[in-house]
Design a protein around this ligand. Sequence first.
Ligand code: F0G
Length: 365
Amino acid sequence: MINRGLIERYRTYLPVSPKTRVITLNEGSTPLVQANNLSEAIDPKFDIYLKYEGLNPTGSFKDRGMTMAITRAVEDGFKAVMCASTGNTSASAAAYAARAKIKCIVLIPDGKIALGKLSQAMIHGAKVIQIKGNFDDALKLVRKICEEQPIQLVNSVNPYRIEGQKTGAFEIVDDFEGVAPDFHALPVGNAGNITAYWKGFKEYVASGKSKNLPRMLGFQAAGSAPIVLGHPIENPQTFATAIRIGNPASWKQAEAARDESNGVIGMVTDHEIRLAYQKVAATEGIFCEPASAASIAGVIKLVESGYFNDVKPYTGDRIRITCVLTGHGLKDPDNAIKAAEEPITVEADEYAVLDAIGIEEPALV
Ligand code: F0G
């Protein structure tokens, strides 16, 4: 069966009518990859699954929200959309707006977005405006401009974004045949995604599709951890630029997801994120961007703190944890190159290559 995107797949749960012209790039239905090497390395009593959202059409989970937001923007008569972004939202908005043949304007923090994301917004023809400020400054400007102008705001404060993104939770429960994981971990930036997943998990229980709810585990980068610290951060810092946000728009909803699910919003250092980023690439063959690895780093940290010691799994004898890998590693090649061993250069000569590999002599044939 052809994948016609998540609006078709989950139509009854979404704000569309039979007349709606759906703007889709066949997003969603991303793989839920069992991470045995990672689970074993952490502790074999865990069964970790990676929701590989980097395999969406523009390489991040934003496509789930964007198919819905752009579909409704078109249906509601908008000819232009606008967003503030640390990169992925701008890439996704630019692609879906191009497909819908409407204008897209993106505001990004000057010099603080990964190269892959910038290239996407540019090639899809968005008007890219870099501001001398951070994401929070950009979002404030975008909110004001969209209030005054006939432009639809497509950040996650747009409720259609949350509606689209909640389908990630549906897919996980569907893959587990009607059971939610014991824990669901994800990075937190502007806090739209944790809001959306929690909404999705709850709706699936309400409609009888899921037997249980997960406990939500959200992770911020330590230099950008307003929810953990309990106050906005004026000048947020982290190499995981996707979550370099000091005043999340969905702060209250993220706290509600944490409290209602008896979960945690914690923080992880850049060093911990970098280690998790390398580990998932080197041991599972999965390349995610730095921010995505905050979910894994956070789980590792909680394991070490004994958080899971008294947990009884809902099914089976291992604690099932899903980690959302929110964006593809190719988004941010600079950080990948910095985090890995440098390539070596040798003469185009067999002995030189063998020497570089560490083999003394060519084998005799
Ligand atoms: N991971 C990645 C790769 C992201 O791009 C983002 C957010 C998050 C996690 C956090 O999700 O904001 O819903 O809590 N990126 C936004 C953007 C802010 O502009 O692309 P959130």
